[in-house]
Write a protein that binds this ligand. Sequence first.
Ligand code: GLU
Length: 481
Amino acid sequence: MSNVRTRFAPSPTGFMHVGNLRTGLYAYLTAKSQGGQFVLRIEDTDQERLVEGAVDVIYRTLGRVGLEHDEGPDTGGPYGPYVQSQRLETYRPYAEQLVKEGKAYYCFCTKERLEQLHEQGFGGYDRHCRDLSQEEVGRLLDAGTPYVIRQKVPLTGSTTFQDAVFGEITIENKEIEDQVLIKADDYPTYNFANVIDDHLMNITHVVRGCEYLTSTPKYQMLYEALGWEQPTYIHLPLIMGRNEDGSTSKLAKRHGSTSFEGLVEDGYLPEVITNYIALLGWAPKDNQEVFSLQELVENFSVDRISKSPAVFDYDKLNWFNGEYIKAMSDEEFRAKAMPYYKEVFGDVEKPWEVLDTILRARLTKFKEIPGLLGFFKELPDYPTDFFVNKKSKTNLENSPKMLEAAIETLEQLPVWELEVIHEAMINLAQKLEVKNGTLLWPVRIAAAGTLVTPGGAMEILTLLGREEALDRLRAGLSELA
Ligand code: GLU
C-alpha cells in the first residue's frame, strides 16, 4: 500500500452534480491508481446550505458508481469522525494557537460595520481589529463581545503554489483579505476546516474543481502559518455545456440533466455516466473510450488531466449508452429490459428472446422501449397509402393479394413460432413469384400500423401471437377491399 491518500469532501447540498461526481471519481482514481486510500468526508459546516437527505444522496451515488471509500462516516477509520459538524471542537485550538503566535487575531467588528464597509464600496475587510492592543482585546473579551478569529495575512510579498494540472500559480498577498477562520457562532469557516482536516487526515493529494483555484493561496498561507507540509493540489478543468448557437458555457440545466440522478432518470446507465465523466478532463493514452471502473484504475494518471475546459456532450453520452447496451450479457439485457416489456405486454408471456434481438442493436436507452413497442399494445390508425412502397414494389392492387395469401398460409401453421412463420413466408413469396419485400411490406404494415418498426414482419407476427396477428391482417385487408 502506498501512502497516497485522497479525499472526496462533498457538502450535502442536494443533488450530486456531475462536476462533483467527477471530483469524487478523480480523487478515487488518483488514490487507487497508485495503490492508495480514498477517504469520504462530509463538509457540513455551512449549516445554512444543508439540505435534508443530501447525505443519503452522496452515499447512494457513490454506491451506484462503485466508488468505495476506505474511510468515511459509515465505514469509520483512524482519523474520524469524518463529518465536520461532529468534529467542531477540533478546529478552534488551531485558530487560538495562531492568535498566540501573532498570526491571527480576534475581530470584534459587528455585522453592521461590515455591511457599512461593503456599502461604501470597500471590497473585503479593512483590517480594523488587526492591530488592537492587548488591553483592548482583553477588555472586549471580558465584556463578552462577540468576535470572529481572522488570519493575519501578510501585507506584502506574494504566495506561490504548484498545481499538478495548472502549474505554478502566484498571487500578490495584498489581494487576499484577512480571512475568517472561526465564525462568531464558533463554527469554523469552510476554508479553515478544510485545511485542518486535510492535514489531520493525512491527505496527500487534494483533488477539487478549479473554482477553488483562487482560494488555494489562502490554504497555502494557512499551511505556512501552521508550519504544515502542503498536499499536492490537483485542480480539475471546468465542465461546459454546448449552447444552441454552438458556443459553450458552464454546464447548466438548460443544457440537459446535470446531476447523476437526473441522468439516471433520463435513462443513462450508472456505469456509462462514470465512464463518460472519467473522460471529462482526462485523456487515456490510446483511443480507448469504453472503460470499466477497474480499467480506469489501471489506466488513470494525473499527468494526463488537462486544464482546458471539457465539454459535456449529450450525443456522446447517448452513443456510450448504446455501446454498453450492445455489449451487455444476454441476462443483463433481459433483466434491464423486462420492466419495460411488462409495461407493454402486461403479464402475458412472449418469446422475449425475439424482442431482445430486435431491440438490442437499436436501443440508446432502455426507457425508449415502451415508445418503440407502442403499436403492440394497440394498433394505430393508419392510412392505406402506408401500403404503397416503391422499393418493395407494393401498391394498393397487390397489397390485398399479398395479405390474403399470407392470412391463408398463416392460418394453417401448426405452431406459432418465429422459425415456422419465417419459413412459411419465404416459401409463400417464392410460390407467388414476388420479392420477399413485396409480400412482407404489406404484412408488416397491417400487423404494426406504422411505417418504422423495430424488427420485421415475421418478428412482429410472432410477438403479436396468432390470434391478434391474424385479426390485424384481416383488418388491413378489409381496409383495402
Ligand atoms: N466541500 C467542498 C464542495 O463540496 C469540497 C471542496 C474541496 O474538495 O476541497 O465543493
